[in-house]
Design a protein around this ligand. Structure first.
Ligand SMILES: NC(=O)c1ccc[n+]([C@@H]2O[C@H](COP(=O)([O-])OP(=O)(O)OC[C@H]3O[C@@H](n4cnc5c(N)ncnc54)[C@H](OP(=O)(O)O)[C@@H]3O)[C@@H](O)[C@H]2O)c1
Length: 253
């Protein structure tokens, strides 16, 4: 029997990148997966591929969390929640407008808070559940020109650590995974920015990102998905309130 047979998962930010890889992996391990994002076409294609349920939603919208959970419930009791949708913002301090700050916090932090506020009580009542928040190693260390993103990811890790204590005796676990640069469209945008700002060739810009990791490479989405899959099985109950760095040894959770 596959390890997640009979389980229902919700993965946000699943139309591409890390979220899509997590959805594919959880489905491969036997879960029925509700995939959430704004891009309907990509979501429907992925849902068809993995036999999942597409839920088109902007997770920052008022009431989105409750609607997502209500729609996902057609698959059964949701016992795995992976808030993954996020956006990076790279600006020096003076260039961070109120709008950039608000949008960065709204998606990376507030939307996670709202989804967990909506999802956790039922899991605690059933004494069964796994939450894995996709944070970043920017939750563990500061990086120049990413103040809003670092603040948002540090905040979401604080949320994970506090909630871990609140639900500790319920059998529900909550953890964060903290990747370094992952080979997705987010990393592509970072490379484009470096090219734009420094005039360096794209290959050099990519090498600079790779060089941040002691392994001298970008993490793959499948590697992040592997960590999530390991945290949601029953046997992972003792791993709770943790920040698991997936960055080739760059930082330490
Ligand atoms: N790539 C990296 O280097 C890296 C490193 C560390 C941590 N992370 C974190 O990993 C997570 C995923 O990143 P990624 O690299 O896979 O990014 P990505 O390729 O840009 O994908 C982002 C995903 O989030 C969805 N999304 C964005 N805004 C949304 C909204 N308002 N409502 C619903 N869904 C929304 C996007 O779908 P739609 O546009 O269709 O809505 C997409 O599916 C993020 O939390 C990011 O901070 C990434």
């Amino acid at each position: 029997m596959r390890p997640l047979e009979g389980r229902v998962a919700v993965v946000t930010g699943a139309s591409r990148g890390i979220g899509a890889a997590i959805a594919r992996r959880l489905a491969r391990d036997g879960a029925r997966v509700a995939v959430v994002a704004r891009s309907e076409e990509e979501l429907v294609r992925l849902a068809d591929e993995i036999g999942g349920l597409p839920i088109v939603a902007d997770v920052t919208a008022q009431g989105a969390s409750e609607r997502i959970l209500a729609e996902a419930a057609v698959l059964g009791e949701v016992s795995i929640v992976v808030p993954n949708a996020g956006v990076e913002a790279s600006h020096k301090l003076e260039a961070i407008t109120d709008a950039i700050w608000d949008e960065t916090l709204a998606l990376n932090t507030t939307a996670v808070f709202r989804l967990l506020r909506a999802a956790l009580p039922a899991m605690v009542e059933r004494r069964r559940g796994r939450v894995v928040v996709v944070a970043s190693n920017a939750a563990l260390a500061g990086y120049a020109y990413t103040a809003a993103y670092c603040a948002a990811k540090h905040a979401v890790l604080g949320l994970v650590r506090a909630l871990a204590l609140e639900v500790a005796r319920s059998g529900v676990t909550i953890n964060a995974v903290c990747p370094g640069f992952v080979d997705t469209s987010m990393a592509d945008r970072a490379i484009e920015r470096i090219v734009e700002k420094t005039g360096r060739a794209a290959a050099d810009a990519r090498a600079a990102l790779e060089g941040l990791s002691p392994q001298r490479r970008l993490v793959t989405p499948a590697e992040v998905a592997h960590a999530v899959a390991a945290l949601v099985v029953d046997e992972a109950r003792g791993i709770h309130g943790q920040a698991i760095a997936i960055d080739g040894g760059q930082t330490h959770g």
